[in-house]
Design a protein around this ligand. Structure first.
Ligand code: ADP
Ligand code: MG
Length: 559
């Protein structure tokens, strides 16, 4: 029988794949099980539109079996199977996904569970196997075929016998070498653990024959090993489970499995709402800013499921812009599967869920701030800017939600503080919340304008982000204390120097001031004697609402 070559580019790709795409070998099992699950799903979707085809859920399962003596691991399914052509095109061409084509042909949009799309998962089998044999009998045909390959060299296909429709993937597990261990993939308990870790929510049973110790018949203290077929996956998705059954690792794994991000989430929020609106949600606050987060390309949204079936990958209506960093999913029984995007926008249920989620996120961030300050600061470093944008946008409509989540650097504490902390420390005679703007903490510290306020013993908030001042203008006042820039004309501080002194200084030096004003021509409005300087000879100050920093930003903005 002639060996067919993989397509040229496939050969190189296969070598790369096997050696580098996956950092962990054990995921080969996840990939093969996902394919098996996809194959069963395909029958399920076909049955939806084909009256001749009945889908009895009990008849569909995945089986994982080992044969230690022959070093084989077999993953079989009762799915749709593959024809000879399927075997050639789906397994003979790398990066070709039959599952993606299936979704397109059947116009399945978001409402399906089919996982495959990249057409590379299957080849991960070669990370642990010398030989991969696929025996498959497609739905609606009597002829089965056997596909076999030893890796990059190519594959063979021949007709063969198989009783039932479905696919069997047989892996000849590699021998242990000095550096690499493969025997573990022939150990039932290890395989079961891998399945639990990655494939626990696969909706079809994954069965294994597990060795169990049983008392010997007729004897009370003698035991024997018996093989017992078990379903090893729980099938129930994580969000339907009780919080008390779940560990932090379960959530972390879910985050990775769903590819919400490449980092580890900073915090998870598991909601099982049972009141006016019924839904389950698992939300995550990521640790790191996604690379495209502060760009137009970034798309916010949560996955939306109806009764365990995905309806939408990124439902934007579930998150306000200022919480756009949140990742996760929502499952509600009350949403219709066939609901369109337009209808979703007006769905009362969805609006309620979104409102509910918003307040949950807020309270979780608040408790993170109170109870795990360090973690909160990490979060704030990644997403604080988004919160400040949130305060500023929509004419400050959301300031009440957000103002207590803001942090600013404090001149006194030399670290980030909340507005609440600032106000609670204010001396009785202090009227305003003072702030100073600049490029960096070091530069603000050198500003002559800060001197007078600092000398009074008042705390100053340092604004180093260009959005800071705009956000604060929207808040206007916190706990009835207004914000005041240290460079504004009237600082509201009773000066020790008396009024007359500055007045005489001004009249005595009238010529000098006039000269300076002329020299600076249209750069300044006036030159005055100042009461607020101590060690610095001059400073700039503004009249009216805008500070110098804000004017700079406004000037830099495109019209
Ligand atoms: P993907 O799953 O991303 O499509 P894979 O490399 O995992 O890519 O699989 C390639 C294709 O082979 C699948 O799209 C599917 O058409 C086919 N396939 C793989 N495993 C099976 C199986 N157990 N039953 C039926 N078809 C399968
Ligand atoms: Mg796959």
């Amino acid at each position: 029988m002639a060996i067919k070559q993989f397509e040229a580019e496939s050969k190189r790709l296969l070598e790369m794949m096997i050696n580098s795409i996956y950092s962990q070998r054990e995921i080969f099992l996840r990939e093969l099980i996902s394919n098996a699950s996809d194959a069963i799903d395909k029958i399920y979707y076909k049955a939806l539109s084909d009256d001749q085809l009945v889908f009895n859920k009990e008849d569909y399962y995945i089986k994982v079996a080992v044969d230690k003596a022959n070093r084989t691991l077999t993953i079989s399914d009762t799915g749709i199977g593959m024809t000879k052509e399927d075997l050639e095109s789906n397994l003979g061409v790398i990066a070709k996904s039959g599952s993606l084509a299936f979704k397109k042909e059947n116009e399945l949009k978001d409402g399906h569970n089919i996982i495959g799309q990249f057409g590379v998962g299957f080849y991960s089998a070669f990370m642990v196997a010398d030989v991969v044999t696929v025996i498959s009998k497609p739905l609606g045909s009597d002829q089965a075929h056997k596909w076999e390959s030893e890796g990059a060299e190519g594959y063979t296909i021949e007709p063969c016998e198989k009783d039932s429709v479905g696919t069997e993937i047989i892996l000849k597990i590699k021998e242990n070498t000095e550096d690499d261990q493969y025997d573990e993939y022939l150990e039932e308990y290890r395989l079961k653990a891998i399945i639990k870790k990655y494939s626990d929510f696969i909706r079809y049973p994954i069965k294994m024959d597990m060795k169990e110790q049983r008392p010997k018949e007729g004897s009370e203290n003698e035991f024997e090993d018996v093989l017992e077929e078990q379903t090893v996956n729980s099938m129930v998705p994580i969000w339907r489970k009780n919080k008390s059954e779940l560990t932090p690792e379960d959530y972390d794994n879910f985050y990775v499995e769903k590819r919400y991000g490449f980092d580890k989430p900073l915090k998870h929020i598991h909601i099982s709402a049972d009141g006016a609106v019924v839904y389950n949600a698992i939300l995550f606050i990521p640790e790191n800013t996604p690379f495209d987060y502060y760009t137009k390309e970034y798309e916010k949204g949560l996955e939306l499921y109806s009764n365990g079936v995905l309806i939408m990958n990124k439902c934007a209506d579930l998150l306000p812009d200022y919480f756009s960093f949140v990742k996760g999913m929502v499952d509600s029984e009350d949403l219709s599967l066939n609901i369109s995007r337009e209808m979703l926008q007006h769905d009362r249920q969805l609006t309620l869920i979104a409102k509910n989620i918003k307040s949950k996120i807020k309270s979780q961030l608040q408790s993170l701030l109170k109870e795990e300050r360090e973690k909160y600061e990490k979060f704030y470093k990644s997403f604080g800017r988004q919160l400040k944008f949130g305060v500023y946008s929509d004419y400050g409509m959301n300031k009440d939600v957000l103002q207590d989540l803001l942090l600013f650097y404090s001149s006194k504490e030399k670290k980030l503080v909340t507005l609440e902390e600032y106000v609670s420390r204010m001396p009785e005679d202090q009227k305003y919340i003072y702030y100073a703007s600049g490029d960096s903490i070091e530069r603000i510290e050198k500003l002559p304008q800060t001197e007078m306020v600092a000398d009074k013993g008042y705390e100053i908030l340092y604004f180093t982000d260009d959005i800071d001042e705009f956000a604060i203008k929207m808040i206007m006042a916190y706990k009835e204390k207004e914000f005041k820039s240290v460079s504004s004309g009237d600082l509201g501080i009773e000066s020790d120097a008396n009024e007359n002194q500055t007045e005489t200084e001004e009249s005595d030096n009238k010529e000098l001031f006039d000269y300076m004003k002329n020299a600076l021509a249209d750069k300044v409005k006036s030159v005055k004697a100042s009461k607020r300087l101590k060690t610095h000879p001059v400073c700039l100050s503004t009249e009216g609402e805008l500070t110098i920093e804000m004017e700079k930003i406004l000037k830099a903005m495109p019209n």
